[in-house]
Design a protein around this ligand. Structure first.
Ligand code: B12
Length: 211
C-alpha cells in the first residue's frame, strides 16, 4: 500500500483537484489525524508548487490549479479541524489586506482558529481599511487578524493600525498579523500586538494576546 499522504501531496502539486479532494476524504476515512493530513499532505504540496514557481518551472496557470486542489482538499478536512466549542476562546475578524488576493494561508488559519475555539468572521480578500474599521465597530471582535502575502501590500497593515488609532478603537481590539513577508520586527514596527508564523502559532498568539 502506498502512502496516501505522499499521493495527496502529489495531487496538490500536480493541481489534480478531484484526486486531492478524494485523497483528503480517504485519509480521514482511514482514520488519519486531520492536522497530519494538512501538515504532511496538503501544505507540502502547495509549498513545493511555490518553489517550482520561483524557479520558473511552474507558471501562473499551474499555481491556480494547485490552489484549487489545495482548496478542495482543505474543504474536506476543515470541518474535522474545527472541533472546538465555537466562540469559547473569543471572537476574531480576519481578512487579507487591500490589493492582495492570496487566501490559502488564511483558510488554514481560519480552520485552526475555529479548532481552537474562536468564532471567526472572515471578510475575504482585498479588504479595504474602511471595511476592516467598519466591521471592528459593528462586530466588536477581541482580535483583528490581518493577512498579507506580498511585500507590496505590507504597508496596508500599518495604515489599518493607524486608522484604528484615529478612530479611538485601538484599545478595544488586539491586532494579529501574518503571511509570508511578515516578521515579529515588522509587527513591532507597525505596533501590532502579535505575529503568527503559521496556522498553529496563530492560535497560540491569539490565545496569548487574549491574556
Ligand atoms: C499560491 C500563490 C498564488 C496564487 C494564490 C491563490 C490563492 N487562492 O491564494 C495566485 C496564482 C492567484 C497568485 C497570484 C499572485 N501572486 Co502569488 N503566490 C502564491 C505562492 C506560490 C504560495 C502562497 C501560499 O498560498 N502559500 C501556502 C500558505 C499555506 O502559506 P502562507 O500563505 O505563508 O500562510 C501560512 C503563514 O504565513 C500563516 N498565515 C497566513 N495568513 C495568516 C494570517 C494571520 C492573521 C496569521 C496570524 C498567520 C497567517 O499561516 C499559514 C499556514 O501556516 C507564493 C509563494 C510563497 N512562497 O509563498 C506566491 C507569492 C506570494 N505571490 C507573489 C506574487 C508576486 C503574485 C502576483 C502579483 C503574480 C502576478 N504577477 O500576477 C499575483 C498577485 C495577485 C494579488 N493581487 O494578490 C509573490 C509575492 C512577492 C512579493 N512582492 O512579496 C510570491 C511570494 C511568489 C514569489 N516568490 O514571487 N499567487
Amino acid at each position: 500500500m502506498g502512502n496516501i499522504l505522499v499521493d495527496l501531496k502529489k495531487a496538490v502539486l500536480e493541481g489534480d483537484d478531484d484526486l486531492a479532494a478524494e485523497l483528503a476524504e480517504k485519509s480521514l476515512t482511514e482514520g488519519l489525524d486531520p492536522y497530519k493530513i494538512m501538515n504532511e499532505g496538503i501544505i507540502p504540496g502547495i509549498q513545493e508548487a511555490g518553489e517550482l514557481w520561483k524557479q520558473n518551472e511552474y507558471f501562473h496557470t499551474d499555481i491556480i490549479l494547485c490552489a484549487e486542489a489545495f482548496r478542495l482538499a482543505m474543504e474536506n478536512i476543515e470541518p474535522k479541524l474545527s472541533a472546538g466549542e465555537r466562540g469559547s476562546s473569543g471572537k476574531i475578524v480576519i481578512g487579507t489586506v487591500a490589493g492582495d488576493m492570496h487566501n490559502l494561508g488564511k483558510t488554514m488559519v481560519n480552520a485552526t482558529l475555529r479548532g481552537g475555539g474562536f468564532e471567526v468572521i472572515d471578510l475575504g480578500e482585498d479588504v479595504s481599511k474602511e471595511v476592516f474599521i467598519k466591521t471592528v465597530k459593528e462586530e466588536k471582535p477581541d482580535i483583528l487578524g490581518l493577512g498579507c502575502y506580498m511585500t507590496t501590500t505590507m504597508l496596508e497593515m500599518k495604515e489599518i493600525v493607524k486608522h484604528l488609532e484615529n478612530e479611538g478603537l485601538r484599545n478595544n481590539v488586539k491586532v494579529l498579523i501574518g503571511g509570508v513577508p511578515c516578521t515579529q520586527e515588522f509587527a513591532d514596527e507597525i505596533k501590532a500586538d502579535a505575529w503568527g508564523k503559521d496556522a498553529f502559532d496563530a492560535v497560540e498568539k491569539a490565545k496569548e494576546v487574549m491574556g
